[in-house]
Design a protein around this ligand. Structure first.
Ligand code: DUC
Ligand code: ZN
Ligand code: ZN
Length: 475
């Protein structure tokens, strides 16, 4: 057989296996897995490298409106460029509905932002902020049928958060249509109360972002989201879990028989609330929600990954510039933590951090690494088996990893739009040296190899978690 490309002499890693094999690629798909493949237009020597499914980062914010005078640091161009640098081949970003706006019109705007600018493949979760009868009864079913098969809802942020009755009606619609619902769990009323109390006492520095969003506010909302999901019998994903107590709510709900997925992120393994304590505004660099916690919470999140409580390890890339009046250092943010935009960059560092801290340090094995960074994202968000594995017929989305390469993370190598990384100076072992998207090399040795952005929009099937609950099986 003649191939377009053969990757030779590498060690293929999937969520279930590790084996020596060449990989033959034809028309952007894996066409053969065997020893001795040699007849190809292009031969890539992967001796000493792991041949892994490209990372799928299912929680990435790009080009989202973030409040008056605030500008997100990445659009689809720089955000997906940085994703490719970090060994990813697919990102799932958010399409944010404004109050009163139809989902179709929000999607039209986000497709316009993304089209022609993506260096990796992409799809959108629909953020529902206005769950009107028309949105839930007419738009959502039609959009799920069109391949927009996941939604996100917020329990915090005035203007975004849904009330409990709205959460119920939205989850009910999700179950009927087969959309998988992601839930941001923090108790808005408790947070608002604590912000008021802090401001009255003149406690305004970035560190108070963490004390106004305590673990109990996350744990309570997680419990409530799980209870509401139970009432309408709908599977949900609890996103960006930061601590043991919220994690235990997930474990308990599973034991009750609920269909739940859990997600955690690098910041909850690597940062603590003490990082928000820096001089002057320095702590603003680490302001994200939920906030980083303490060492015990970090250990709990590691346990959650090791024990499968978390199927998903995502970046929650939500980048703002630090030294910028439209970013972390905006005038109001200098006055009070409440105006510091929430979010940190991380799409390029997610995989190297988990590889180095998780695989190299022996906390997880290679299969778990692939599962929580790629395969599970594909299954839960309707991209499997086209994405998330190396198998005959799958897209040849592949990251070649040098397990021995040592890199000190600095902002300049990440190619995102932010002017800092929370992980500056972190030494990691293991690095993605080449990324192929549908058989084409898009990144090699830290450089984008294509002048034009070749990512496409992905229409998705129903989630593996939601599929059997849906009343229709239209996708
Ligand atoms: N929630 C997210 O999912 N990302 C960034 C900010 C937030 O609150
Ligand atoms: Zn969130
Ligand atoms: Zn997020």
């Amino acid at each position: 057989m003649h191939f377009d490309t053969v990757i030779r002499h590498g060690t293929v890693v999937t969520a279930s296996d590790v084996f020596k094999s060449d990989v033959g690629i034809i028309d952007g798909r894996v066409a053969a897995l065997a020893a001795g493949l040699a007849d190809a237009d292009e031969i890539i020597d992967a001796r000493g490298l792991y041949v892994m499914p490209g990372g799928i980062d299912s929680h990435v914010h790009l080009d989202q409106p973030s409040g008056p005078g605030i500008v997100m640091a990445d659009g689809f161009d720089s955000g997906t460029r940085s994703a490719a640098i970090g060994g990813n081949t697919t990102v799932l970003a958010f399409c944010m509905q404004e109050k009163g706006q139809s989902l179709r019109s929000a999607l039209k705007a986000y497709h316009a932002k993304a089209e022609g600018h993506c260096h990796v493949d992409a799809a959108f979760h629909l953020v529902i902020t206005d769950p009107s009868a028309a949105v839930l009864g007419q738009e959502l079913p039609a959009l799920v049928a069109d391949g927009y098969t996941s939604i996100k809802i917020f329990m915090t942020y005035e203007g975004l958060r849904l009330r409990d009755d709205e959460i119920l009606s939205t989850l009910d619609a999700a179950r009927r249509t087969g959309a998988l619902a992601m839930v941001h769990c923090e108790n808005e009323d408790a947070i608002r109360y604590l912000i008021g109390r802090h401001e009255a006492e003149g406690l305004l520095e970035p560190r108070y972002h963490a004390t106004t969003r305590p673990i109990a506010a996350e744990r309570e909302a997680t419990h409530r989201a799980l209870s509401l999901a139970e009432i309408v019998d709908t599977p949900i994903v609890i996103v960006h879990v930061s601590n043991r107590q919220a994690m235990e709510e997930i474990r308990r709900a599973r034991e009750r028989g609920q269909k739940i997925a859990g997600e955690t992120c690098p910041q909850y393994l690597m940062l603590t609330a003490e990082d928000l304590d820096g001089d002057a505004l320095e702590g603003a660099k680490y302001v994200c929600s939920p906030p980083p916690r303490d060492r015990e919470s970090q250990e709990a999140c590691w346990n959650g990954i090791e024990q499968g409580v978390f199927e998903l390890f995502s970046s929650d890339h939500c980048p703002f510039r630090f030294n910028d009046s439209e970013g972390k250092s905006n005038e109001r943010g200098k006055q009070s933590f409440r105006w510091i935009p929430n979010g940190i960059p991380g799409v390029a560092t997610r995989l190297p951090i988990l590889f180095s801290e998780g695989v190299v340090k022996g906390r997880i094995d290679l299969n778990q690494f692939v599962a929580v960074t790629s395969t599970n994202h594909a299954k839960l968000y309707g991209l499997y088996p086209r994405k998330g594995t190396i198998a005959i017929g799958a897209d040849a989305d592949i990251a070649l990893w040098d397990p021995d390469q040592e890199v000190v993370i600095t902002n300049d190598i990440l190619q995102h739009g932010s002017d800092y990384t929370p992980y500056e100076g972190l030494a990691v072992r293991g690095w993605p040296v080449r990324t192929l998207l549908r058989g084409q090399t898009i990144m090699q040795d830290g450089h984008l190899s294509k002048a034009t952005a070749s990512g496409i929009y992905l229409r998705r099937t129903l989630s593996s978690l939601a599929r059997n609950c849906a009343e229709t099986n239209s996708v």
